[in-house]
Design a protein around this ligand. Structure first.
Ligand code: HEM
Length: 408
């Protein structure tokens, strides 16, 4: 079984808690389904993977150089919660919330309730829970931490073709809570939100869902019906430096990352009016299996130079994959999108909670977003309505708390 994006580190392999192999078959198949997305910068290594435990019993390790929730296989449920620090917040308050959250997350990821948990039974099934913590730009000012602020910890520049709603943008802190059960996510969300009362209040909450790994592996079908998430850097192997901050990055941030969140509305009614050929041209890939229009299977690289019998390019000049394709090695990032479907009364709003991880968003993400904003056929049906950038903290060792070294 090949691993997504050339797994050479065994990152993201869950720890089995109880019954090891029972029921693991489907998930193990999932690992093969998403295997080996090819990308422009090299081939994939293949490596056998052990079968996964049942989803409810997966336990992701909390302690480590890097936080969990980035490189692991994305589970079907994920909620992002951005918080604003309360009036008068200072470094001590940030310390306090980081200490509390670290203890909470450590407990929840290992199947225990938090210290103040009134429903610890809801934590008993770990369901592969991961909680990833990041700091927004304003936190550095509030906590007097400008000396350790990565230069890219600021809002993205403005782009053409976006209609940002402050209600879905920004934030001083973020939690990405992902699991194989929506109950696990909801419980962790509530516990962590309650723990922060008086220090940080939710600014926005964006719940998302995606298909189980056994369908398309790391990719998923979004609600346009497209296979989404195929081309990725080899984030567990040779391209790990594109996702994780290295020794040459901002001081104190080695093994951290950055999280860009773009909330992108999708016009499903407009998309319904487009024929299959138009839809496939807009992306440059087939709907049936996500294979490039230039031939092959899902994992075949797109041949952007291919021309048809008429001498014209097979992939349209403004097709999404042409405009999004990296033109340098640096222009790559890990995409971890989830579908959102918000229902208020009878009104349904649909789109992507488009989350990316990269060592430096200004160098890696911005040039691609700029090209897409300038010209991308998908812009006919998609509009970014929210935007945020967070610095993802390095992981922490047992007995320490997240951000401890930075907080001094
Ligand atoms: C609702 C909005 C979007 C939809 C529905 C969408 C959908 C897709 C689909 C179906 C693919 C082809 C399969 C794949 O490789 O994943 C793709 C590729 C890609 N998308 Fe998007 N996308 C959206 C927004 C964005 C944004 C905002 C960015 C970055 C700023 C982006 C960056 C990419 C990249 C880098 C690729 C791979 C390109 C390559 O072939 O090298 N996408 N997207």
């Amino acid at each position: 079984v090949a691993s997504p994006s050339g797994d050479t580190e065994g990152a993201g392999r869950p720890r089995t808690t109880r019954r090891t192999f029972v029921g693991g078959g489907l998930l193990a198949l999932g690992a093969s389904a998403g295997a080996g997305a090819a990308h422009a910068w090299g081939g994939d290594s293949t490596q056998p993977e052990p079968p996964e435990p049942p989803a409810g019993e997966m336990e992701r390790p909390f302690h480590g150089e890097r936080q969990a929730g980035v490189a692991e296989d994305p589970p079907p449920w994920s909620t992002l919660v951005a918080f604003d620090l309360t009036e008068g917040a200072d470094r001590e308050r940030v310390r306090r919330v980081m200490r509390i959250w670290t203890d909470d997350i450590r407990r929840l990821m290992s199947g225990r309730g938090t210290l103040t948990d009134q429903e610890p039974e809801l934590a008993a099934r770990t369901s592969g829970l991961t909680v990833t913590v990041g700091w927004g730009p304003r936190l550095f000012e509030v906590a007097g931490l400008d000396d350790v602020r990565p230069h890219w910890a600021k809002p993205l520049p403005e782009f053409e073709h976006e209609d940002l709603d402050p209600a879905y943008s920004g934030g001083d802190l973020v939690l990405q809570i992902s699991a194989y059960s929506p109950v696990t996510v909801a419980h962790a969300q509530r516990q962590l939100t309650t723990s922060a009362v008086g220090i940080a209040t939710p600014r926005w909450v964006q719940p998302g869902f995606r298909e189980p790994m056994e369908y398309h592996g790391w990719s998923m079908r979004n609600l346009f019906g497209q296979v989404d998430g195929t081309v990725q850097p080899r984030f567990r192997g040779a391209d790990a430096d594109l996702v994780w901050i290295g020794p040459d990055g901002p001081a104190g941030w080695q093994h951290g990352s950055s999280m860009v969140v773009r909330r992108i509305a999708m016009d499903l009614d407009g998309w319904d009016r487009v024929g299959r050929t138009g839809r496939e041209n807009a992306i440059g890939r087939k709907l049936h299996d996500g294979a490039p229009l230039t031939g092959g299977t899902t994992d075949t690289p797109v041949d952007l130079s291919a021309t048809g019998d008429n001498g014209l390019p097979v992939v349209d000049g403004a097709a999404h994959v042409r405009r999004a394709a990296a033109t340098t090695r640096q222009e790559q990032f890990l995409r971890r999108p989830y579908t959102y479907q918000d229902v208020v009364g009878s009104v349904v709003r649909t789109g992507l909670v488009f989350v990316t991880y990269q060592a430096d968003p200004v160098r890696q993400f911005v040039p691609v977003q700029r090209r897409l904003a300038e010209a991308d056929l998908m812009n006919l049906w998609t509009t970014p309505v929210g935007s945020a950038v967070f610095a993802v903290l390095p992981g922490c060792a047992s007995g320490r708390y997240l951000g401890q070294d930075l907080l001094g």
